[in-house]
Design a protein around this ligand. Structure first.
Ligand SMILES: Nc1nc2c(c(=O)[nH]1)N[C@H]1C(S)=C(S)[C@@H](COP(=O)(O)OP(=O)(O)OC[C@H]3O[C@@H](n4cnc5c(=O)[nH]c(N)nc54)[C@H](O)[C@@H]3O)O[C@H]1N2
Ligand SMILES: Nc1nc2c(c(=O)[nH]1)N[C@H]1C(S)=C(S)[C@@H](COP(=O)(O)OP(=O)(O)OC[C@H]3O[C@@H](n4cnc5c(=O)[nH]c(N)nc54)[C@H](O)[C@@H]3O)O[C@H]1N2
Ligand SMILES: [Mo]
Length: 910
């Protein structure tokens, strides 16, 4: 098909500066010249944005044209003769530059943009002497400095009105926070004041700052430096699972700025955390030496002392118990190489499958559910494919806050492709404001709404009969279940009127290409696996899996949670989901690792590990890069469990709430300080590169793990992360074709990638499902485990916000992020608040059978009445003081999204 397309693409011959060249029909002169390496200046052009042509600096001479033409807006034509640097062109460019410079401040010497400023560069290149023009002062209004945003300043005097910032804000980020104000010569860019930040239009993504060609939009920087002192290293963002590519700009071993790069997942976009959330790296709180707890106090120790201490304590456990009674928590924040080594250590050195990580609390229901129905529990399609979807159905994902760059992609699809959007969420989240159909479903009613939609699709015969026959099994059983269900009753359970459900079902079913995007609002239930399988049922019913711009797309949360799962940091599988219960698989790993007697039973999951610690079945817990005291359900229970251990080792970049309970704390290098790979939510494996040295004696996690393995007598001698990757890929079919050399691009490679000549896989299940035929699994709605009662009359859900990341070890140490959301709060609807006499900003107490928190009330129209939303970011003011581990029987995910709670107003004295 590609070949046909190529033939259809017309080639055009024309000449540039007297040389005959070829181009594709539809290309602009600027594009072709860029490909040819001919430098045409431009301020307003960005290949991602619609052509604006306003800056005029790219003017070229075209034979026969009456005027000079902008190269960005002029398409090449057969026989055209173009001059890019004729005398006339140069004169015109000089004139434009002179005009721009005539009212531009003469500050190049002290301007922070110097060296990277396009106006300065072109002025120099074209020999325009600013002194020949008088500096024009005044008249245009609002030309002053605005530094009200916590992350960047706008200096309107330096603005040349190229409009890139306005276009990126409106057309790519799609929030419309930047506009032009006034007209004609008085035109200025109207900018986000902090007030705007608070009313939600500006999301401080900083994409405007990244595209500004002059010093008009500049990041607030931790220190002053000149651009030529900067060393840039390309790497992958370490916050969420989008996997944005970025350059870390380093001066004196300190990251001083972050700039977006054009990776396949992010298209040179970033969010506020990726762009501005890097100061934690150089924060004085970073762990710099190992710490050993002696008589209740941490004492600094050398690596040797710390490792020996661990060895001795572990030996005591072993001599008393006959076994190390070891369990490990691995980390979705760490690299693939580190997760590989962590599970190798657990299985190879401590001979146990008791290894797990935060994916248990996150998408374990996805991994279990989709593995059952499709054969693979990962996002089926690629992020950029959403741009061409006809319908997007978001259920239980606060996309614009938790995967901001994907949220922006979906909005671009709406604007550019007329993609229709359906949203189901008990809170009217930002994405819901722009939805074609918004269903404010009752919390815990996903299965009911999905069954209701399927019932409409079945009754109205909107399903894809041919696809179902050819590619699925168990359809009859699904129908039998659907036939038993009462549509009106289902609508009542979700609290949505039947006509809206019908409209949503028809919209989804009639689309050619429809993608479902879901996350924690589906997975974090005791019925999470069933919820995931319901999503899969709906997509299969309409033939939406196995093609482009469609699919079932679980948005994986952490930067490397997909990778940590792929690497086998799970109790039931080795790398690439090879089962620990399969003797042949075990034999393969035993041989490769040169060990015997591997544990052959499925190990304990994270909540089970905590219970086993509490009842002393486990004695030695090793936690790498997790903070369960804040992130696991029921804080007091977790604290008790961790305190019951004989030996707790925590390996982190900060002294977290969890590390404070440890016997030994080991200082790890952060993402910017080490080499490796992360696998993003769309299965894309991307490089992580070292930009700075770690602080003090901190070491890359893999180096620490290797030291420990050696200390316990295992001969491990990797000299680089790459060597670990090489071992891993020989044991992992889906990664087998990847090498660091192949990964050394901005796009990385998507698994499955079974051989070195395989290009990687853009979307899964084309032609054939991983499990052969896809499976329909009929699901009945089950009510939440905890329902409101007289004592706890409200429902409470929990989650996140844009500015904070998880347990705030990193974002809590970035000043600007805390200006917006620095304290614990609870969201509630106006009636729920009024009933208790609560107004916005009051201090309130939220309690559950597990505990209570005192936080600030956020009274919002967007929240369903009777429901409270509490973020889990804020430690003792966070949701997990109140939650409880009611587990899904299949995957053991806790029902973090729904508990019962009580709300009270605090008296002023509190
Ligand atoms: N800024 C930021 N971004 C992050 C993170 C972060 O901490 N901060 N964490 C990352 C991680 S690890 C993850 S897993 C993702 C999570 O990303 P999301 O899942 O998008 O985030 P949550 O806030 O947990 O929950 C999503 C939504 O579920 C809704 N919800 C609650 N109950 C129900 C229900 O019964 N049905 C439906 N349909 N919806 C419901 C909530 O109102 C909320 O809007 O975010 C990742 N990105
Ligand atoms: N109530 C409620 N609870 C939840 C959720 C919810 O929605 N509601 N969501 C759950 C979900 S989806 C998730 S994923 C979990 C997340 O739970 P956690 O993974 O426990 O949360 P993080 O704060 O991301 O913890 C990561 C730790 O790794 C450290 N770290 C960062 N980089 C590195 C590194 O390179 N090396 C090392 N060694 N350490 C590093 C950080 O400082 C931090 O302490 O929380 C879960 N908890
Ligand atoms: Mo997560």
């Amino acid at each position: 098909m590609n070949d046909k397309k190529k033939i259809a693409e017309k080639t055009i011959q024309f000449s540039v500066n007297g040389q005959t060249v070829q181009a594709k029909e539809g290309q602009s002169i600027l594009q072709v010249c860029r490909e040819l390496g001919i430098d045409i200046p431009t301020f307003c052009y960005d290949e991602r944005l619609k052509i604006d042509g306003s800056c005029r600096i790219c003017l070229v001479e075209v034979e026969g044209a009456r005027t000079l033409l902008p190269a960005c807006a002029t398409l090449v034509a057969e026989g055209m003769q173009v001059q890019t640097h004729s005398e006339k062109v140069i004169e015109a460019r000089k004139e434009i530059l002179a005009l721009l410079l005539s009212d531009h401040p003469r500050e190049c010497l002290k301007c922070e943009k110097a060296g990277e400023c396009k106006l300065q560069d072109y002025g120099y290149e074209y020999g325009v002497d600013e002194e020949q023009f008088g500096y024009f002062v005044g008249e245009r209004c609002e030309r002053d400095l605005d530094d009200s945003n916590p992350f960047f300043i706008i200096d309107r005097k330096k603005c040349i009105l190229c409009g890139k910032c306005v276009r990126i804000c409106n057309d790519l980020q799609c929030v419309g926070a930047l506009h032009y104000a006034n007209r004609g010569y008085k035109t200025v860019i109207s900018t986000p004041f902090l007030q705007d930040l608070n009313d939600g239009s500006c999301v401080s993504c900083g994409n405007c700052v990244s595209v500004c060609p002059t010093g008009a939009l500049m990041p607030k920087k931790p220190e002053s430096y000149r651009s030529w002192e900067v060393k840039k290293t390309t790497t992958t963002c370490s916050y969420c699972g989008v996997g944005c590519q970025m350059d870390l700009c380093v001066v004196n071993n300190r990251v001083v700025e972050v700039k977006p790069r054009k990776g396949a997942a992010n298209n040179a976009m970033l969010c506020v955390k990726g762009k501005f959330g890097y100061n934690f790296l150089s924060h004085p709180d970073r762990l710099k030496t190992p710490l050993i707890k002696r008589e209740g106090e941490f004492v600094e120790a050398s690596w040797e002392e710390a490792l020996n201490y661990i060895k001795e304590k572990a030996a005591t456990v072993k001599s008393e118990q006959g076994d190390y009674r070891f369990a490990g928590l691995s980390s979705a924040r760490c690299t693939n190489e580190e997760n590989y080594l962590m599970q190798k250590m657990a299985r190879g050195v401590f001979k146990t499958n008791d290894i797990d990580h935060c994916a248990r609390l996150c998408h374990s229901s996805t991994v279990a559910g989709l593995a059952n129905t499709l054969g693979s529990g990962a996002m089926t399609n690629s992020i950029e494919e959403v741009l061409r979807s006809d319908v997007v159905f978001i259920i239980g994902s606060n996309t614009s806050e938790t995967h901001p760059v994907i949220g922006a992609h979906i909005r671009q699809a709406q604007a550019q492709n007329k993609t229709k959007l359906i949203v189901a969420d008990p809170r009217k989240i930002d994405m819901a404001r722009d939805a074609d159909i918004y269903m404010q479903i009752k919390p815990g009613s996903n299965i009911a709404i999905l069954n209701a939609m399927m019932k409409v699709i079945f009754d109205e015969k909107l399903y894809d009969q041919a696809y179902i026959e050819e590619r699925t099994e168990n359809f009859e059983e699904l129908i039998q279940t659907l036939e038993l269900l009462d549509f009106k009753e289902l609508c009542k359970i979700c609290g949505i009127d039947p006509e809206t459900v019908r409209r949503a079902a028809r919209m989804y079913a009639s689309a050619d290409r429809a993608g479902i995007y879901y996350s924690m609002g589906v997975t974090q239930f005791a019925s999470g696996t069933n919820g995931v399988m319901s999503v899969s049922n709906l997509a299969l019913l309409c033939g939406q899996i196995g093609k482009e711009s469609a699919g079932v797309n679980p948005l994986r949360g952490q930067n490397n949670v997909q990778g940590a799962c792929d690497m086998g940091a799970l109790p039931n599988v080795f790398t690439g989901y090879q089962k620990v219960t399969d003797a042949a698989v075990r034999e393969k790993f035993e041989k490769a690792w040169n060990i015997t007697d591997m544990d052959d039973a499925v190990g304990k999951t994270l909540p089970e590990i905590m219970d086993a610690a509490l009842n002393k079945e486990l004695r030695f817990l090793y936690i790498m890069g997790e903070n369960p005291v804040v992130s696991d359900p029921d804080r007091h229970h977790i604290q008790k469990a961790l305190s019951s251990l004989d030996l707790l080792v925590v390996q982190d970049i900060f002294l977290t709430e969890t590390a404070q309970l440890a016997d030994v704390v080991l200082p790890a290098a952060a993402f910017a300080e080490k080499e490796g790979t992360f696998t993003n939510t769309e299965r894309r494996v991307q490089r992580v590169r070292k930009a700075i040295d770690p602080p003090g004696q901190a070491l890359a996690d893999w180096r620490i793990l290797q030291k420990l393995m050696q200390c316990f007598g295992y001969d491990s001698n990797f000299e680089s992360a790459e060597e670990i990757f090489e071992e891993m890929r020989t044991l992992t079919p889906s990664y087998a074709g990847m090498t660091y050399t192949r990964l050394d691009t901005l796009d990385g490679l998507q698994w499955p990638c079974p051989s070195e000549d395989h290009p990687g896989t853009k979307f899964l299940h084309q032609g054939r499902f991983t499990r052969g035929k896809a499976l329909f699994v009929p699901i009945h709605y089950t009510p939440p485990v905890e329902e409101p009662d007289a004592q706890y009359p409200l429902s409470m859900t929990s989650g996140r916000n844009l500015y904070q990341y998880h347990t705030r070890t990193m974002t809590g140490r970035v000043e600007g992020l805390n200006l917006k959301e620095g304290h614990g709060y609870v969201e509630m609807g106006p009636a729920t608040a009024a009933e208790k006499g609560i107004v916005h900003g009051d201090r309130v107490k939220v309690s559950s059978p597990r505990g209570e928190i005192v936080v600030i009330a956020h009274v919002l129209e967007s929240v369903q009445e009777g429901l409270l939303f509490v973020p889990f970011h804020y430690g003792e003011e966070g949701a997990n003081v109140l939650t409880v581990a009611n587990l899904d029987p299949i995957c053991k995910i806790p029902e973090l999204k729904l508990i019962k709670a009580r709300l009270e107003k605090c008296e002023a004295a509190l």
